[in-house]
Design a protein. Sequence first.
Length: 347
Amino acid sequence: MASDTDIQQLEAAALKDLDAASDIAALEEWRVGYLGRKGRLTGLLRGLSSLSIEERRTVGRAANELKERLEEAHEARRHAVEEARVEQVIVGERRDVTLPGPPLPRGRLHPITQTMRDIVASLSGMGFQVAEGPEIEWDRYNFEALRIPQDHPARDMWDTLWIDYEKDGRRPMLMRTHTSPNQIRVMEQREPPIRIIVPGKCYRFEATDATHEWMLTQVEGLAVDEGISLADLKGTLAEFARQMFGRDRKVGFRCDYFPFVEPGMECRIDCFICRGDGCRTCHHSGWIEILGAGMVHPEILANAGYDPERYTGFAFGMGVERIAMLRYGVDDIRHFYSNDLRFLRQF
Ligand code: PHE
């Protein structure tokens, strides 16, 4: 049986629930629960049939008025909830455009690039010009013209990556094992005086370990002119070594063999770990080798068409990775090309 009191109670309960509905889903639930086909108000209206006509009229009107009020209240509440939601999104997404942005990770030059630039800067400061040559090379330039014929034991100094080619009538091709072929290339193209350096990648058919990589970077140096002597070579390399490793460095030379220089030698600096006393790093010699060098073999000058009675020259070649390892105290050459950011970020 529906009555005025029922209607008042229903209204109170409905408004209270409506107040508690704080999102669109809860509002919809409320609407279905009160105003829907099986809702509480609808149920109440259905109950009218059991009333007298007189009562039906008054209670019925009251119930219909309640329905209108509840619909209005629902609409208003829906509006408010929606507005609050929009407001929340706006506030939540507000950005302070005056704040500085998040810092971008800063790029830097690879340690080999940095070392290469320092080497080039030092030597070009002494009058050497940069030249370049191909990484794929003829056997002739990489070996033959450098006085390393087929079957010469010195070929073992450079384990070579050969390039497949059709053997008939073609000349053997390889990945250059050092930058020295450019001594020949430059001498073929120019007349003395020559002062050049050639930076570039070289390749060796080699198992990698802490001191060997199958790809390495070298810088070749060549000077040819009248009156060039071993003293010029020593002076140039001593100055270079001190620019790279510090002015207080001791620089030493020792005989070494390379088929394309005579005499041949290695250039070395005093060990910066033990300062010459002998330790593991310098194999207890007190010295650390930094490059190979020597006076250009007169036969090579003659082959280039220069008069070896008139011209003399010196050449040197160094591994950039080795120089970088010594400068930065890196104990494994493989770090340079393993792309580990923890290593690279230190430079
Ligand atoms: N090309 C030699 C090497 O790769 C280095 C070298 C260059 C030695 C020039 C002497 C003169 O080991």
